[in-house]
Design a protein around this ligand. Structure first.
Ligand code: IPE
Ligand code: IPE
Ligand code: MG
Length: 241
């Protein structure tokens, strides 16, 4: 058992859920089977994070770049999201008791209308719960998010409500989907890839990274523990000494 100090957990953890396709391929299954298994693991890790007291957790589920995949794969992922949203409705009470609040980050543009409706419903329904905020990044791109924030500020400037020289870093942060939340302290990426892939690029400026070769559908609570244990051994300097 790794030694995790529950008093010094990262406030915000980001997880890039990668490796579903390769997991399926290794087993001679269709890629969509990997996504199915990945969705199960997402539910488990979500509850585990809540059990141990993580305050904010962000899961990367579908990127703005993932639309480039074959339409059948995109539809299968959307169908899994739909299933999750229906289930969230059924689990409303349980999530509330757990203090788990679901939020979606990303653009709603281009998503199927029924999914947008279910997402808004799921977000409203978990408003009061506050032990763990679960952000699910769907149709999310970090650059697009920054663009969205900057456009909002440009509108204020053109309306004469803000002077360009008065724009602060906080203003940009306040226009992001994660406004009001702490920046991620720790970002976890399984599947042996060592990149951010457009995930929380503004917010991750000082995040600690943890990589692993395990494919997301094989990711266990013990892997999460290992990442936390590694995080707790690090010396974060933020440019200081
Ligand atoms: C992550 O797994 C899920 C999504 C990006 C939606 P992948 O589907 O990227 O799996 P690999 O990287 O091809 O193995
Ligand atoms: C990142 O994984 C996006 C999600 C996990 C949702 P990708 O599989 O899309 O990333 P790349 O293409 O390998 O960088
Ligand atoms: Mg991938």
């Amino acid at each position: 058992m790794p030694a995790i100090d529950r008093e010094h957990l990262p406030q915000h953890v980001g997880i890039i859920m990668d490796g579903n396709g390769r997991w399926a391929k290794q087993r001679g299954l269709k890629r969509t089977e990997g996504h199915k298994e990945g969705a199960r693991v997402f539910r488990r890790i979500c509850e585990y994070a809540n059990d141990i007291g993580i305050r904010f957790i962000t899961f990367y589920a579908f990127s703005t770049e993932n639309w480039a995949r074959p339409p059948e794969e995109v539809s299968a992922i959307m169908e899994l999201l739909r299933e999750y949203l229906f289930e969230a409705e059924e689990r409303k009470r349980e999530n509330e008791a757990r203090g788990m609040r679901i939020r979606f980050i990303g653009s709603q543009e281009g998503l199927p209308q029924d999914i947008v409706r279910l997402m808004n419903q799921a977000q409203e329904e978990s408003l009061s719960a506050t032990k763990t905020i679960v952000n699910i990044a769907v149709n999310y791109g970090g650059r697009q998010e920054i663009l969205h924030s900057v456009r909002g500020l440009a509108q204020l400037v053109s309306a004469g409500e803000k002077k360009p020289e008065k724009i602060t870093l906080e203003d940009i942060g306040n226009g992001l989907y994660t406004a009001g939340q702490p920046d991620p302290d720790l970002i976890i990426r399984p599947s042996g890839e060592y990149r951010l892939s457009n995930f929380l690029i503004w917010q991750a400026a000082y995040a600690e990274f943890w990589y692993s070769d395990v494919l997301w559908p094989d990711f266990k609570e013990a892997d999460f523990d290992q990442a936390l244990e590694s995080y707790q051994k690090r010396n974060r300097r933020f440019g200081g000494i």
